[in-house]
Design a protein around this ligand. Structure first.
Ligand SMILES: [Zn+2]
Length: 159
């Protein structure tokens, strides 16, 4: 168990990024396996330092950045298309739901016969609309969720 901890820091110690301290130093002094691992890591470090880092090809940074930018743009496009498709589906669903509601509750007939209905009063309108109040609530909830998704996506984009 403690060998794992010591071996995790062996590379950093060999590279000089950290020094062996406390429990790790005690363990490296007493455990032949971890001590051998440290010796091997130091040898590898020395070999790597002797070789030196190869120089990057010309325009490496510019080309890499251009590639990163292109990949990011592509993923942005993908997200945009998906978001727009989701919005279109939501809008169609909301309008379809509202249209179905109007058809079902006879509100279309109500609006066209509004002048006639004014005579008989609001009572009949309320009587016709009241049973479908849950449907109105559902449509309002659908609209609210669409707005919530829109708000969430906009907030995500501006971050
Ligand atoms: Zn050990």
């Amino acid at each position: 168990m403690f060998c794992d901890e010591a071996l995790d820091s062996v590379e950093a110690i060999a590279a000089g990024e950290t020094t062996a301290e406390g429990r790790v130093a005690d363990h490296l002094a007493t455990c032949p396996n971890c001590a051998a691992a440290l010796v091997a890591a130091r040898q590898l470090e020395r070999v790597l330092q002797r070789r030196g880092a190869p120089a990057p090809p010309p325009q490496f940074t510019a080309r890499t950045l251009a590639r990163v930018r292109r990949a990011r743009w592509r993923s942005d496009q993908f997200v945009d298309v998906g978001f727009n498709a989701a919005i279109v589906v939501l809008v169609v669903a909301v309008f379809g739901g509202v249209w179905m509601l109007l058809n079902r509750t006879g509100l279309v007939a109500v609006s066209s016969d509004a002048v006639d209905l004014l005579g008989t009063g609001l009572v009949s309108l309320v009587r016709r609309v009241a049973p479908s109040l849950p449907l109105y609530a559902g449509a309002a909830a659908l609209l609210a969720s669409a707005l919530a998704v829109w708000w969430w996506a906009e907030r995500d984009v501006t971050l």
